[in-house]
Ligand binder design. Sequence first.
Ligand SMILES: [Mg+2]
Length: 170
Amino acid sequence: MKRILVDMDGVLADVYSQFLKLEADETGVLRNRDETNGKLESEAFPFYEKHVRSKGFFRTVPVMKGSVEGLEYLNGKYEIIILSSATEFPQSLSEKELWLNEYYPFIDWTQMVFCGRKDVVSGDIMIDDHPKNLNFFPGEKIIFTQPHNIRLIVPNCKRASDWDEIVKML
Ligand SMILES: [Mg+2]
């Protein structure tokens, strides 16, 4: 059975919506998602550091549309490993596990890898929103469209703009 490495932030977790909401709570202004196109999260959001390191950020992040059904479908067909760079934000480790348990109960603890660097984990297919993670990966690569990568052409990568497209590809 082929192994798929599935990213969390920007693939399962809709972090842009979370940043936009928290920014609006802070400033009273809810910006349009399109205004963040072409910018990394850290560039698009002035309160990035404060919000990403705050308690509850990862525990309360919205689920990406279609990802629960899509991942459940793939979970029977492939070996699914959730691979998330998490150690940069120590509070995220327990929050991410609780969040996965709540929304993706069919994913068990043996399928979760919370790491620093992703190139230490092997797989056949990688789904990620950041080219920095996909670039080194030797297998099949799918870039998941997020505002920061929307204008990029990433070599040797298929692009999926939502979970329906991922399911159709795989
Ligand atoms: Mg990501």
